[in-house]
Design a protein around this ligand. Structure first.
Ligand code: ZN
Length: 80
């Protein structure tokens, strides 16, 4: 899992490859019934499985808002 995420991060500049890694990561998660860690989930878009680069990250009161640069999907993460 951690190896995969590192590999995906390395390939952040190559969207196709990165996406492949993320798809793989999710499949593994489903197969072994493990949740993808929060810090990892934050790095990827739920909607399009892209590694989030150049995304807009905004910290509002107790919420982090991440806008995916690829599909413009907004992910909100509660903090604290
Ligand atoms: Zn997206």
């Amino acid at each position: 899992m951690e190896i995969l995420i590192k590999e995906a991060a390395k390939r952040a500049g190559e969207p196709v490859l990165a996406r492949r890694y993320i798809t793989l990561l999710r499949k593994i998660g489903m197969r072994y019934n493990v949740k993808v860690p929060v810090e990892i989930r934050r790095q990827f878009c739920k909607a399009c499985s892209s590694y989030i680069t150049g995304a807009r990250v905004r910290v509002k009161s107790k919420t982090i808002t991440i806008t995916c640069g690829n599909c413009n999907k907004i992910t909100r993460i509660p903090v604290g």
